[in-house]
Design a protein around this ligand. Structure first.
Ligand code: DMJ
Length: 460
């Protein structure tokens, strides 16, 4: 298996155009035009970020999410945990919205408290809040943000006290009471980057060890042919749903095998990823004529059970590219882009054999843009900038409202929904900005993005 980045570097060298002085000046002119165009596109994305953030600030300040149609606010658990503010803070910093970032940072540091009697979803709170606080801490050096992340981490730890060590889905932040043992690989396996970074930055190894044990226990329960299913009981360790794929409930489990290997240099994760990638390619990948998709199979037999893909599955090219498999990454990205161009935005579910939409919503998801970002950085191919132009155009055309951006209930009718999830400003606009921004806006070699696009820097 090639080490990540080495494959990317080889391709970059192979793609470098050759030519004499005449070829060179034409090329230089073209490159200068492309640079100017990218600067303009990055500025446009920054303006859209300011617009979305402005809507949140005006109508939902102090709350979790903006409701962009009714111009109100939504709190996930009745009382706010400042989801959008924490999730967006590092995007504001990276895109250079300095005043907005300073205001958000102060507000979070002064008002966010986790000493609340609410039961929270461990996965969502970890990727958005622990991840957001850690990356903003690393970008600003503000110790208050690390203290908040540490406090939250302590309150989440009781979730892992199950007979198997795999976490319950919900934990009460004040009492530590847990509930919902029926969990899934994504929610169990997507905690390592945040808990591992917390361990390194606070010197408390319990975070690393606890999150790693959960992943290992999950991996140990893979089927004889090496696949994981969709729902598992963390009390008994028994699989309750055996569909295996790369979509909802499983997706970021694979992402974190690669990224935990990269961020911590922990070779156990490399081994788990290498073995998993082989079975993914063998069983889940589905060649339909010239196109490549990833569908669903039964985890025990490998028999194909569904030919569906969608907005969430579009994360995989990013992960494959990061792991050095550019060929599959490029081909899958083309399939996802086909879906996007067919509807003008990407639906949550699409049967790639029948052409039927199986889940019509588009909740402003980032995955296809994230993959375009990685592929452009790793191949240098302009194709991904063209995709980016299309993404921005369609987002503005279909989802922009006076008060921010709205999810779509249905990509076919373009009916808008009264919701702007925090991942829109945390991820979707961050990756779109970085797709066009100069490469040194963020050194991809020095950081690893968590699944909510929070860059974590290896400082240990
Ligand atoms: C985000 O919260 C994360 O990217 C997660 O891994 C998947 N779902 C959303 C975005 O679609």
């Amino acid at each position: 298996m090639r080490a990540p980045w080495i494959g990317a570097l080889l391709i970059q060298i192979a793609c470098s155009p050759a030519g004499g002085p005449a070829g060179r000046s034409a090329r230089e002119g073209r490159e200068a035009r492309q640079r100017t165009d990218r600067v303009a596109m990055a500025a446009q994305v920054r303006a859209e970020l300011a617009h979305a953030w402005g809507g949140y600030r005006r109508h939902a300040w102090g709350h979790d999410d903006l409701k962009p149609l009714s111009r109100g606010a939504h709190d996930w658990y009745g009382q706010p945990l400042l989801m959008t503010a924490v999730d967006t803070l590092d995007t504001l910093i990276i895109a250079g919205l300095t005043d907005e970032a300073a205001e958000a940072r102060e507000y979070v540091a002064q008002h966010l408290s986790f000493d609340v009697d609410v039961s929270v979803q461990v996965f969502e709170v970890t990727i958005r809040l622990v991840g957001g606080l850690l990356s903003a801490h690393q970008l600003t050096g503000d110790p208050r943000l690390l203290a908040l992340a540490d406090d939250l981490g302590q309150r989440l730890l009781p979730a892992f006290r199950s007979p198997t060590g795999m976490p319950y889905r919900f934990v009460n932040l004040r009492t530590g009471a847990t509930r919902d043992p029926e969990s899934n690989p994504a929610e169990i396996g997507t905690l390592m980057l945040e808990f591992g970074t917390l361990a390194k930055l606070t010197g408390k190894p319990v975070y690393y060890d606890t999150a790693k044990k959960a992943v290992v226990e999950l991996y140990r329960r893979r089927s004889r042919i090496g696949l994981v299913g969709e729902v598992i009981d963390v009390d008994s360790g028994r699989w309750l749903r055996k569909s295996s794929h790369v979509g909802a409930r499983i997706d970021s489990y694979y992402e974190y095998l690669v990224k935990s290997w990269l961020l911590f240099g922990d070779l156990d994760f490399q081994r788990m990823w290498v073995a998993s990638e082989q079975v993914l390619q063998h069983y889940i990948a589905d060649e339909t004529g010239p196109a490549l998709w990833y569908g669903a199979v039964d985890m025990e037999s490998g028999r194909r059970t569904a030919t569906e893909s969608g907005a969430l599955e579009a994360f995989l090219p990013a992960v494959l590219a990061l792991a050095g498999d550019l060929e599959h990454a490029r081909r899958l990205q083309e399939s996802s882009f086909q879906m996007w161009t067919r509807f003008g935005l990407i639906p949550d579910g699409f049967d790639y054999r029948s052409g039927r939409v199986t889940a019509a919503s588009y909740p402003l998801r980032p995955e296809i843009i994230e993959s375009a970002y990685y592929l452009r950085r790793m191949t240098g191919d302009q194709r991904y900038l063209e995709m980016g132009r299309r993404f921005l155009h369609d987002l503005v055309a279909c989802c922009r409202t006076d008060a921010g951006y709205a999810a779509l209930d249905d990509v076919r009718t373009r009916k808008q929904a009264d919701s702007m999830p925090s991942f829109f400003t945390a991820e979707t606009l961050k990756y779109l900005y970085l797709l066009f921004a100069p490469d040194d806006a963020l050194d991809l070699r020095a950081i690893v993005f968590n699944t909510e696009a929070h860059p974590l820097r290896r400082t240990w």
